[in-house]
Design a protein around this ligand. Structure first.
Ligand code: P6P
Length: 337
């Protein structure tokens, strides 16, 4: 049997080669990966476990919380409180930052996560996932604040996601490319299955929720109209569309075979820059996409350069195959919004 590299071995080898994964960061990544195994276990139970359906509450986003949203959030908080490597955590499911309890030592890292992204797909058995982002705490680790988290995405030291689909896969970057690990359920270990994922610069596949078309601003309408015109239009070739309504699943497809994912701002609420959250959705995905040779903008600026103002702020997202992201970003520069 071919020699298999586990997540632990990969992280130790990376530390030897690049000296960019100190022990506390390796512990953090391994604990998050272990928590994702626990989440995968509960997700896979479906109707056999008491995990489907709504929890009867709303999160800070005003979204109905599913039982698995709350369970996944609790798994990640409990798994990461005791290690002594974190100053604090932040979650899509929590309005405020989550300080490390005083009974535990604190460390230099900040962990942000969307514990279960795409949860509208849970009850219909469509792939969902966990997204995480790691920053360094820039100030006094004994009393981090929300302000400690408000750093540009370019300052992330690690980012990744787990996708709970036909396979359970962990995709990770620590700044030296993107690696994919598949969960071996018999051994309970993450096994390195794809080294150095690369996004093709061109693609024939795009992802957007087309039901919002009447609300789009002109640059997005222009870009999508050209794709839909196919061979008969200015692009001179046909395109295909995919929309899973689960960012992790759509981004995993793009990292695997290329594509462009878009969630633009639209006219319904000019004060709302988009649906997706900057700190724990757009930033980690943008880090991964750029590390795989792709691009990620909000239509006008590189997502990783954006200075956050609020923990749960939203952002427009265009990410994936570089030449397509640059094209739609150029259309924004040419006017319309
Ligand atoms: P819509 C899931 O709720 C999510 O945050 C992303 O995972 C997904 O890409 C998007 O929203 C789907 O949004 O408006 O198509 O339901």
């Amino acid at each position: 049997m071919a020699r298999r590299t586990t997540l632990t071995q990969y992280l130790i080898e990376q530390q030897r080669q690049h000296d960019n994964i100190p022990g506390d960061l390796r512990l953090l990544i391994e604990v998050v990966a272990r928590a994702c195994k626990a989440i995968a276990h509960h997700v896979s139970k479906g109707a056999l476990g008491d995990v489907l359906g709504v929890a009867g509450s709303e999160n800070v986003q005003g979204e109905v919380q599913k039982k698995l949203d709350i369970l996944s959030n609790e798994i990640l908080l409990e798994a990461n409180e005791w290690g002594g490597n974190l100053a604090a955590m932040a979650s899509e499911e929590l309005e405020k930052i989550h300080p490390i309890p005083n009974r535990y030592p604190k460390g230099e890292y900040l962990l942000l996560f969307d514990p279960l992204d795409g949860s509208s797909n849970i009850d219909v058995n469509v792939s969902i996932g966990t997204i995480f982002s790691v920053l360094r705490c820039p100030d006094n680790i004994e009393s981090p604040s929300e302000q400690s988290f408000l750093q540009e995405g370019s300052r992330q030291v690690a980012a990744g996601y787990a996708v709970y689909g036909p396979q359970t896969v962990l995709v990770l970057t620590t700044g030296n490319g993107v690696q994919s690990f598949t969960l071996d359920r018999e051994l309970g270990s993450w096994v390195l299955t794809t080294r150095d994922m690369k996004i093709p610069e061109d693609t024939h596949e795009y992802s957007i929720n087309a039901s919002n078309a009447r609300h789009w601003y002109p640059p997005v309408t222009r870009y999508i109209d050209e794709l839909e015109a196919g061979k008969d239009g200015p692009r001179g070739e046909d395109f295909n569309m995919r929309w899973i309504a689960s960012m992790v699943a759509d981004v995993n497809r793009i990292l695997t075979r290329g594509g462009i994912f878009m969630y633009p701002a639209d006219k319904r609420d000019p004060s709302r820059p988009g649906k997706l959250r900057l700190m724990y959705e757009a930033n980690p995905m943008a880090f991964l996409v750029e590390q795989a040779g792709g691009a990620a903008t909000n239509g006008t600026s590189r997502i990783l350069d954006l200075k956050p103002q609020h923990l749960h702020e939203r952002v427009a997202v265009f990410l994936g195959s570089k030449n397509e992201v640059e094209r739609v970003t150029q259309y924004h520069a040419e006017g319309g919004h």
